[in-house]
Design a protein around this ligand. Structure first.
Ligand code: 2AM
Length: 168
């Protein structure tokens, strides 16, 4: 199964990201990500045998980070992955700590994470992007998510969600 750890937006952030995604003028062929699939990837595991699930759940359970707020303040085109993203200029240290713990606990190499939500994929060229109002997202939990791809859009199922901490 294909799995990744991610943050899912709260209701308010989800609505505002959906609005930004809908208003995105793609200009060139590309595929808008369905709002129900908006997320911030923390650690991408890829195809994992079923036997690894218990280890991944242990990794999620053992990660310890405080709650934090993300502020998505720009739209960017990332040519390497051919995506348009809503990006956060600042990546809070608690976000980096959480992602680093998940990478370490699952044996993934450390990765430089820049908080982003992918809004459109398969963009061979850069569209002209507008400024956006800052979207604040209070991260209070993170999830292990299973992705099943059949057709254009992946279907995500939450396998497990763990709370972030008030205090440490
Ligand atoms: P992104 O959109 O946040 O960049 C689920 O497939 C998520 O995992 C995607 O939304 C993507 O995150 C990330 N992902 C997919 N393929 C990946 C890869 N090969 N390496 C790293 N992250 C990947």
């Amino acid at each position: 199964m294909r799995l990744f750890f991610a943050l899912r937006p709260d209701t308010d952030a989800a609505a505002r990201l959906a609005d930004v995604g809908a208003k995105l003028d793609l200009q060139v062929p590309g595929r808008r990500v369905h709002p129900k699939n908006h997320h911030v990837t923390l650690a991408f595991l890829g195809e994992v045998p079923d036997s690894q699930l218990a280890l991944l759940e242990r990794a999620g359970r053992s990660a310890r980070a405080r709650r934090f707020t993300l502020a998505f303040d720009s739209l960017e085109y990332w040519p390497q992955s051919q995506v348009v993203v809503a990006a956060a200029r600042e990546s809070p240290s608690e976000l980096l700590r959480l992602a680093a713990q998940l990478h370490a606990a699952t044996g993934l190499p450390p990765q430089r994470l820049r908080a982003h939500v992918t809004l459109a994929r398969k963009m061979a060229q850069a569209p002209v992007l507008q400024a956006i109002p800052t979207i604040c997202w209070d991260a209070v939990s993170f999830s292990l998510i299973r992705s099943v791809t059949s057709g254009a859009e992946s279907a995500y199922t939450v396998v497990h969600t763990w709370p972030l901490l008030d205090e440490m």
